[in-house]
Design a protein around this ligand. Structure first.
Ligand code: ATP
Ligand code: MG
Length: 332
């Protein structure tokens, strides 16, 4: 079956190893298969659910596109665009917010985490964000959505919204999309806390490896990464009880293409410092060429503007047809 792929990344700066291993690496593989139709969206409307500096936002939009291309996405083979430029997204989000139920949104864990203790002060956009995400996906009849594990709940919500809309209006308009979440290494954790996911919005830069980091920064961050006082674990059961060790070994396995078992065997009983040297080396080998390419692309924002403007035209063509159909179904 031909797959219609859709996924988004927020232009909130600091694109990191979690974004790469959980999402972008998968985008590249899907994009390399000529059978697939891929759309990759810079979700700038999602970014403004928390305060953004307008100048920085613009720069981050460029940086996100540059990261897609530097990681290996071919802009000739897929549509790359930014969400705010295709007005159907906002419109569909409104219509779908009349389908989505408060009870469903109240269960979303990302809102609880991001809003923190003072929910009353969170923006309404942060709360209704998953409905906009559903609109993004459903406008393009997407069949598959490659995301990191943290987005699984939002994707389930998207499926519920699509199903309820179809049932309410007795139509078959929305395809029910499947998540594409990698079986292993789908949630990379913070370098400072093995129980928290690595995030762009985390204040400490030492908590993540940015895709723009240089060699010395990577080595330094791995040296400072939190570990426990024991030697390296010798089996999976032991590893599962030690979140920081598990995260670091998972990163090593994912980047070096080894199974978790093999990586554990290789370092079993050794000191963390020895392992960290090997980990820093595979990270430097993988990240620095991407970082170099991002910097190079960012010197030519004209090229990035061209990609976005081309992508927006193509996306708008698909989405504006879909929103017309939605209007008819709703009765406008
Ligand atoms: P923010 O903190 O601003 O939400 P983020 O780091 O979560 O930023 P997003 O732009 O929200 O990044 O997510 C882009 C993609 O990266 C999504 O598919 C998401 O599931 C994936 N992703 C984000 N963080 C991780 C992580 N730590 N491990 C694996 N995948 C991740
Ligand atoms: Mg996120």
């Amino acid at each position: 079956m031909k797959k219609k792929i859709f996924s988004g990344v927020q232009p909130t700066g600091n694109l990191h190893l979690g974004n790469y291993l959980g999402a972008i690496k998968n985008f590249v593989e899907l994009n390399n298969n000529d059978e697939n139709k891929c759309i990759f969206c810079v979700v700038d409307l999602h970014a403004i659910t928390v305060n953004q500096n307008p100048k920085k936002l613009k720069k981050n939009i460029y940086e996100t596109v540059a990261t897609f291309i530097a990681s290996g996405i071919d802009p000739k083979k897929s549509i790359i665009f930014n969400q705010s430029q295709v007005s159907a997204h906002s419109e569909a989000a409104w219509i779908l917010s009349c389908t989505a139920r408060m009870g469903w949104l109240n269960r979303m864990t990302q809102f609880k985490e991001k809003a923190g203790k003072d929910k009353e002060k969170a923006s309404i956009g942060l709360y209704s964000y998953p409905v906009l995400m559903a609109a993004d996906i459903l406008l393009y009849d997407s069949t598959h959505v490659p995301v990191g594990d943290d987005q699984k709940q939002h994707l389930e919500l998207c499926r519920d919204i699509a199903q309820k809309f179809n049932n309410d209006f007795k139509v078959d308009e929305f395809k029910i999309p499947e998540p594409l979440i990698q079986k292993e290494f789908s949630r990379i954790m913070s370098l400072k806390d093995g129980l928290k996911k690595m995030s762009k919005s985390e204040l400490s830069d030492l908590s993540r490896i940015n895709l723009t980091d240089e060699k010395d920064q990577i080595i330094n961050k791995i040296k400072k990464a939190k570990t426990d006082p024991l030697p390296m674990p010798s089996n999976i059961e032991e590893l599962n009880k030690r979140p920081e060790a598990k995260n670091l070994i998972s990163i090593f396995s994912s980047l070096s293409g080894l199974t978790l078992d093999k990586s554990i065997k290789e370092f079993s009983g050794k000191n963390f410092s020895k392992f960290k040297e090997s980990l820093a080396q595979v990270l430097v080998d993988k990240i620095t060429p991407i970082s170099f390419e991002i910097q190079k692309l960012l010197k030519d924002t004209y090229y990035i503007d061209e990609i976005l403007s081309e992508g927006c035209k193509k996306a708008d063509d698909i989405a504006s047809k879909k929103i017309k159909k939605i209007h008819e179904i709703v009765g406008f």
